[in-house]
Write a protein that binds this ligand. Structure first.
Ligand SMILES: *Cc1c(COP(=O)(O)O)cnc(C)c1O
Length: 395
């Protein structure tokens, strides 16, 4: 689906940061649109005037509506959604609720994110469970046939990253979901980089749980995130930690755990940020996820094409299907220097390092990578600015 130029210009006009920087760090933290900033700031001002509890009571319906917005984004039900501080807390809430025994197998992917891998290794160390990395196919995505071969009754979890932090790869999550569903193995999907740039639908993905953050492609405030948990999985899981919001102290010696996905939340949170997240999700829904996905994918493909034409530049993105994250290295300058020099020219990028994805960096023996992650509000002209500046740097 094509996004019209006049719409892109309008979205840019509604994004104050577009006037100040060329922002290609959307996989780090995207520029928020005005409605998001205004929502958060207005709420904080009201809170200071009226009192935190009093305002939260008065705004309860608006807060409740955020669950509906996130549910719409994922084609889920509001009861399937927990609102959290970030993607990591969302993911941990599900993973650390699972119980593993010696010999249980956790299947993950080569492009897996550091925090998730560290959690597997910790749990493996403490329980005797085994972490296994499923092979990639020749395009660099998860090899679904290899995944299928590995399944047996000891496999207790399939847990993969949809879009990795370190590249444009989109893993075949729907096919993985189908395999997981057939084998009746829980499927946990890290959608931190895909939420807000790809059209996600938990029924199509057939995941049992999905975690994401607010600040990346969704353009929400920092310090926000959410979690989807299917009714089936949440019935089987008791959170590792409970409080008076995720459970009720029903009698001096008893408690009852919440039934909805809110059992993975805690009571205290920043309601201004929660509403800001809701505003970001509503904004994305209004722009339209198919249109966002189409534009982000096309713009990133243009950037890759221009980078490949430069002498001494190597593009490292893998996958049959690719998205808005573009990674490259140069034979002249280390990634950190490229990033710093681009920043001097008003162009934001970031650096992906081995410690953020050991399986992938070690497997492919990659150097540090410059990551330029495009969004729909970026323009073809900004892409040319980036590659033009890079040409100057390398000449
Ligand atoms: C950024 C990232 C995370 C962590 O998200 P936070 O919001 O920082 O907790 C998890 N997975 C992937 C793939 C990421 O890129």
């Amino acid at each position: 689906m094509i996004m019209r130029t006049e719409d892109v210009l309008r979205y840019r006009a509604e994004t104050p940061g577009c006037a100040d920087v060329v922002h290609f760090n959307n996989a780090g933290s995207a520029l928020p649109p005005e409605p998001v900033v205004d929502t958060v700031v207005a709420y904080l001002r009201d809170e200071a005037r009226r009192g935190g509890y009093e305002l939260a009571d008065a705004e309860a319906d608006r807060v409740e509506a955020v669950y509906g917005s996130v549910a719409r984004l994922l084609n889920a039900q509001p009861d399937d959604i927990a609102l959290t501080d970030n993607a990591t807390r969302s993911w941990q809430a599900v993973f650390y609720a699972m119980r593993f025994e010696p010999g249980d197998r956790i299947l993950t992917c080569r492009s897996e994110y550091a925090s998730n891998a560290i959690a597997y290794l910790q749990v493996a160390r403490h329980t005797g469970a085994v972490v296994e990395v499923v092979d990639d196919d020749e395009t660099g995505q998860v090899d679904v046939a290899d995944l299928r071969h590995r399944l047996d009754e000891r496999v207790k979890l399939i847990s993969i990253t949809h879009v990795p932090t370190q590249g444009g790869l989109v893993n075949p999550a729907e096919e993985i979901g189908e395999v997981a569903a057939e084998a009746d193995v829980p499927f946990l999907l890290d959608a931190c980089q895909s939420a807000g740039q790809l059209d996600l639908d938990v029924r199509r993905l057939r995941c049992d749980a999905l975690s994401a953050t607010g600040r990346k492609y969704l353009r929400g405030p920092r310090g926000t995130g959410f979690l989807y948990v299917s009714p089936r999985l949440r019935d089987r899981l008791e959170p590792a930690m409970l409080d008076l919001h995720s459970a009720t102290w029903t009698a001096p010696g008893e408690y009852e755990v919440e039934k909805t996905a809110r059992k993975f939340e805690v009571w205290e949170r920043n309601f201004g940020l929660v509403l800001g997240l809701g505003a970001a999700v509503d904004y994305a829904l209004e722009v339209g996820l198919p249109a966002i996905e189409g534009r982000v994918t096309a713009l990133a493909a243009t950037l890759r094409e221009q980078l490949r034409a430069l002498d001494g530049v190597t593009v490292h993105d893998q996958g049959k299907r690719q998205c808005g994250i573009v990674t490259f290295s140069t034979d002249r300058l280390p990634a950190a220097d490229v990033k710093d020099r681009l920043a001097l020219a008003g162009i934001n990028t970031s650096v992906s390092r081995r410690t953020s994805a050991q399986y992938d960096f070690t497997g492919r023996d990659l150097p540090d990578l410059v990551r330029a992650s495009v969004h729909y509000y970026n323009t073809e002209d900004e892409v040319r600015q980036l590659t033009g500046e890079l040409t100057r740097l390398l000449s």
